[in-house]
Each structure stands twice: as structure tokens, then as C-alpha cells.
Design a protein around this ligand. Structure first.
Ligand code: AMP
Ligand code: ZN
Ligand code: FE
Ligand code: FE
Length: 292
């Protein structure tokens, strides 16, 4: 069984439509794929139809932009009811923060002499519910200012670069609570990604486990072999489940091919057990796994 639990479509900042993503996952030999767009479930419907037609197991999820003690944390929420009012409200706030930040980034770029308008971003991001820096990067590519997303981030969009603008992120603990109410399961994406300091550390992860965290994504391209071993040991100490995934973004992110990291079948089975329990506790009609 090959299981990839973290991928993006054009519903956020990937480059494949949800249907194309699911077909690509099947073509890559995966048995299970999760669609986890940033801050939105808007790709789920199309992905579900495609999964049924190509015969792959689909886990519906999302990657929510949160913050904990000043550190940005991407929270993977699996199988929550996206129609739960508190979850819907939390996501709406994040999406509003994403949208309001784009004009500020464009203003900075114009200040640097780049002629770029909101319409340039809309043109390259027709399917997204979660506009972000990758779309501004795509507009810069389209305008011939940079060669690719990587150059756009390096020159303009990374923190510390001149067009970077921060955006609203939800509180991690509050979001975990909302996801639980909505019957979903919480896993922290690439906890030590982005080459920053090793935060959240074990003590923080222990607190988060007390607060209902189910697992951490250990096998991710942002983690080197040493960090993977340390994170695996922490997960063992805390009883957290361990996932592995590609964080595929289509052609939008290099070195994140579908299935480049995978989740062990027994860890996936644990995740599904926790999802059933969470669904039962929530009393919500949660989306199940789509089985071929
Ligand atoms: P945002 O959520 O709008 O702040 O944008 C963050 C997204 O940009 C994340 O999904 C990353 O995958 C993506 N990203 C960050 N750095 C790069 C890069 N150098 N090249 C392509 N995508 C990137
Ligand atoms: Zn992304
Ligand atoms: Fe992420
Ligand atoms: Fe991601």
C-alpha cells in the first residue's frame, strides 16, 4: 500500500485541478491520496468524483494556516465536516486575510518598479479559493519578471524580502478545538520545515498532544534524515502517529513528486480509527474516506 497524505490542487496553490491531481496520484501508483489544500475544502467534490472514476482511495483534508507562540504552524485536518459553522468561520477568516494581503504585496512590488495589477494575479489563479504568494509568483513569471516561483520567492516574496507581507493566521489551539468539534483529526504538517529553529520542540509537542494532537508529519522533504529520526523518536515518546507525504504542488514546487514520501499502512489505519472516534464524538455527519 502506497499512501500519500498531503497534496495541493488549484483549489489552493497547486497547479493540477483536483481531478488531475487524483488521476496523477493513481498514475504514480498510489493506493491512497489525501487532498489537503490550504484553508479550503473547495476541491473535495471534484476530487471525489475523480477518485471514484480512477479507483483510488481518497482522504479529504485541508492544511490550515495557524500560529502558536509566534511560530507559524501548518495544521493538517483530516476528514472534518467542512460545513461545521465554527470551522467554516475559522476558514473564512483565514481566506479573508489571504485576500486582503495580496493588494499590499502588489503595492510593494509596484514600489520596486514592477508593473503588476490584481488582474495579473487573478489571470494566473482562476481556480483558487486561497490566494497566496505562489499566485503572485506565478503572475511575476507570466509578466516575465522572474523565471519561476523559486526565483520570485527568493527575490521578492520570502520573509525579509521586499514584497513580503505577513497575513492573519488562526490560533493553533483554537483551530485544533474547532477541528475536533467538526469531527476531524489533527496532524502537524512539516513541524520542523522551512529550515528554521527546531520549533515546536518536544515540550511544546507534548502540550499539543494533551490538547488533542493526533500526529506529526515526519517524512517530508523539508526534514533531513537527522530531523526525521529525532521527530520519529519524539512521536514514539508521545504516542503520536507518524505520517509521510509529498506535499505535492504540481509544477509549483520542485522535488515534491507524488509518493516521494509515504505513510505506513498501520499509521494510516490508526489515523482512520481516530477519525471514526472523532466523528462519533462530534455528532456531525463527517465525510468518510472515498473507497474505490
Ligand atoms: P502563503 O500561504 O501565501 O504565505 O504561501 C506559502 C506557500 O508558498 C506554501 O504553500 C509554500 O509551499 C509555497 N512556497 C514557499 N516557498 C516557495 C518557493 N521557494 N517556491 C515555490 N513555492 C513556495
Ligand atoms: Zn502550498
Ligand atoms: Fe505547509
Ligand atoms: Fe502543503
Amino acid at each position: 500500500m502506497r499512501i500519500d497524505l498531503h497534496t495541493h490542487s488549484v483549489a489552493s496553490d497547486g497547479t493540477d485541478t483536483p481531478a488531475a491531481l487524483v488521476r496523477a496520484a493513481a498514475a504514480a501508483g498510489l493506493d491512497v491520496v489525501a487532498i489537503t489544500d490550504h484553508d479550503t475544502a473547495s476541491g473535495w467534490g471534484e476530487a471525489e468524483e475523480a477518485a471514484q472514476s480512477v479507483g483510488i482511495e481518497l482522504v479529504r483534508g485541508m492544511e490550515i494556516s495557524t500560529r502558536h507562540e509566534g511560530v507559524g504552524v501548518h495544521l493538517l485536518a483530516y476528514l472534518p465536516d467542512p460545513g461545521h459553522p465554527a470551522l467554516d468561520e475559522a476558514l473564512s477568516k483565514i481566506l479573508a486575510g489571504r485576500n486582503s494581503r495580496v493588494p499590499a504585496m502588489l503595492e510593494r512590488l509596484r514600489g520596486l518598479g514592477v508593473a503588476i495589477e490584481a488582474s495579473d494575479v487573478r489571470r494566473v489563479a482562476p481556480g483558487t479559493a486561497a490566494t497566496g504568494r505562489p499566485h503572485v509568483a506565478d503572475a511575476l513569471v507570466d509578466l516575465g519578471v522572474v523565471a519561476d516561483r523559486t526565483e520570485a520567492f527568493r527575490r521578492f516574496l520570502n520573509p525579509g524580502r521586499p514584497a513580503y507581507v505577513d497575513r492573519y493566521a488562526a490560533s493553533l489551539l483554537e483551530t485544533m478545538d474547532v477541528v475536533a468539534q467538526a469531527g476531524g483529526v489533527c496532524v502537524i504538517a512539516h513541524p520542523w520545515g522551512r529550515h528554521g529553529p527546531h520549533e515546536p520542540d518536544e515540550a511544546t509537542l507534548a502540550e499539543l498532544t494533551e490538547a488533542g494532537l493526533a500526529g506529526i508529519e515526519v517524512d517530508h522533504q523539508d526534514h533531513d534524515a537527522h530531523d526525521r529520526e529525532r521527530l520519529r523518536a519524539i512521536a514514539g515518546n508521545l504516542g503520536l502517529l507518524v505520517t509521510g507525504s509529498s506535499d505535492y504542488h504540481g509544477t509549483g514546487k520542485r522535488d515534491h513528486d507524488l509518493g516521494c514520501n509515504t505513510t505506513a499502512p498501520e499509521q494510516y489505519a490508526r489515523l482512520l480509527d481516530l477519525a471514526s472516534a472523532a466523528a462519533q464524538r462530534s455528532g456531525r455527519a463527517v465525510p468518510g474516506v472515498v473507497r474505490p
